[in-house]
Design a protein around this ligand. Sequence first.
Ligand code: NIG
Ligand code: FE
Length: 412
Amino acid sequence: MSILITNIKELVQVRNTNVTLVEGDDMKHLPTLQNAYLYIEHDTIVEYGSMKDLAGIEAEEIIDATGKTVLPTWCDSHTHIVYAGDRTQEFVDRINGLSYEAIANRGGGILNSAEKLQITSEDELYNQAAKRLTEVIKLGTGAIEIKSGYGLTVEAELKMLRVIKRLKKEFPIKVKPTLLAAHAIPKEFKNNKIGFIDLVVNEMIPAVAKDRLADYIDVFCEKGYFDLEDTQRVLEAGKKHGLIPKIHVNQFNAFGGVALGVKYNALSVDHLEELNPDDIIALKSSNTIPVALPGCSYFLSIPYTPARQLIDAGLPLALATDYNPGSTPSGNMNFVVSAACIKMKMTPEEAINAATINGAYAMSISNMYGSICRGKKANIIITKPIPSYHYLAYAFGDNHIDTVIINGQRYE
Ligand code: NIG
Ligand code: FE
């Protein structure tokens, strides 16, 4: 199978060399090619160039992209799309004045989702997650990380991870699974947090590692959830079993979780709505990428991650959705890109770099995903006719996507 896309108004995120991460000032630069073509064979980007140089290339299918923008699919490095039901009641309660914290303290929040998940069958859980995954692919997501964390028992966490494994098998996009082992303290361990960490370290992590159900280990490092010591124990056990840390830190409070993540060589530290100068110093001497989740800030009305501080300090930044029932019931990366520009003062160039190549880095797949580069996977968004790629961020709330190509095939 081969596809030739012709007359592309602007081909975005074109990289002649296989760049795998874009940092600091370089994020302001988004290479593009105007009046271009793109040639795909099987699942691979084979060639691209200027229309005037298009000679001798024949393909089984030709797509005329006159007036349209073409870019790599979004790489969403932080989601929790396997969950049961929704939390609309808590949403209304928050509108009426209750805080996210107050809802969690009365046994809602993550514990509410865990209760629902535990009584939901594996097939039903798969069906709900598959529907969400189908929708986000149509919105241009071509690679995704998915976390467990609503199980809170060994059995239910394994169930979640098996659902993720099945999504990985059934769907054409890249799926990276994460064991979010310590997400909240289960009711049964209310006064015995150490007992729960023991369970995570001695049973949950070894069971998951034995079945090779996860690549990454995650912890919700936060006041009222898991402190630095708990986080350290979980990361250490995860690393012992070959799981790479990717952690939730600084969502509501900054108390050294970033430096701890860096110490354990975390691939990413995610959230960072709160940030201390020390966090930036820790990140400066690391390969750990910060990940911002503006959909969460929007939905919970909490501060946005200070992207300018991070990027202006020379650091890389990735953008992801955090798609989950409690803090971000949306997996729309187009909205994330737009919100990053509008609320975090990222330029469209920075936001698109953050949502493509840097998102891929935050899943260790940026050698094959996240840019238009010869030899990379043919995961492509073709927009409707739009004036420029700036318009994707500017005209927020509309769907500008015309066609999504995954592994060289139209996704319908
Ligand atoms: O990333 N912060 C922790 N976990 C999720 C939300 C969990 C929930 O409320 O269900 C997050 O925002
Ligand atoms: Fe999250």
